[in-house]
Design a protein around this ligand. Sequence first.
Ligand code: ADP
Ligand code: MG
Length: 335
Amino acid sequence: MPRKIGIDLGTANVLVYVKGRGIVLSEPSVVAIATRDSRVKAVGAQALEMLGREPESIEVIRPMLNGVIADYDVTAAMLRHFISRANKHSLFKPEVMVCIPAGVTSVEMRAVRDAALASGAKKAYLIREPLAAAIGANIPVAKASGNLVIDIGGGTTEVAVISLNDIVVSTSVRVGGNKFDEAIANYIKRKYNMVVGERTAESIKIEIGSALPLERPLTMQVRGRDQVAGLPRTIEIDSNEITEAIQEPLEAIINAVRAVLVETPPELASDIIDKGMVMTGGGSMLRRINELLTHVTGVPCYVADQPANCVAIGTGIALEHIDKLRDSLSGDDLN
Ligand code: ADP
Ligand code: MG
């Protein structure tokens, strides 16, 4: 039997789901290539380790960072690498479903599909991220009832209302976890004259970040480089400072959710008020972000189980129900 492989081609992480086995692979969307001849040196975690430590002969690339395919060849190489790893020891060509960020154009979509076929897939389908996220979050997407999903990834946030296996209203903004990291780094630079790298900023967000102030603030020691003296330095920072630092990206996400709610037809809006909104994606693991959204919209907001895995799981499930979803995967996406 050919393997059925679902791939979440995310801006920050690639996850691979194989039917019967679950998530078999989860690695950062990073590729290291040789500057001289563009040969792929490493993919995923191995490539991320090189980031910031690479000599001139190696370039470390995040090919989809802002939700668009910045470098098609590198994206294709990354996809090939993950498909071949997921299909190892199988005698058959796999069937593949790839989930792509909403910002990807139809030309790029075709390119991703061609790359999947070129890496040995017998069949390759594409699915939009909010639909895959909703399926993976166990939302009954096939019913004639409105469901709102908010997926916060590394480079983008997608908000969509889904009914009858399809997206009714949606928006995508280029604000995701990366913008939170940037905002934290900028805040520390402004307030403490200290420079921290993007990976340090991310670990501050994960360790103590919160969308609303915490009653008992968390604190953390942060190491960076003093902007004036140029020497290493350590400061202590607390979670309420991080809440203040990330106001701008939070606001952008709130606005995206509001924009979708405003455009939602009344029957569907009433379903959503009953059932609430569901959050997926790594960014939804920020403390109290669902409470913030509940507070500002008046609609209850929940974080899905295993939010970072929803898209990959949904992509795999979609592949098993391809006949029911055929109409929502537009003609071009099918072969
Ligand atoms: P994508 O689908 O774009 O690849 P993911 O859904 O994998 O993105 O989410 C990646 C983002 O989630 C990153 O910005 C990462 O910093 C963020 N993230 C992961 N864990 C947490 C956490 N516990 N709190 C806040 N943000 C988190
Ligand atoms: Mg994603």
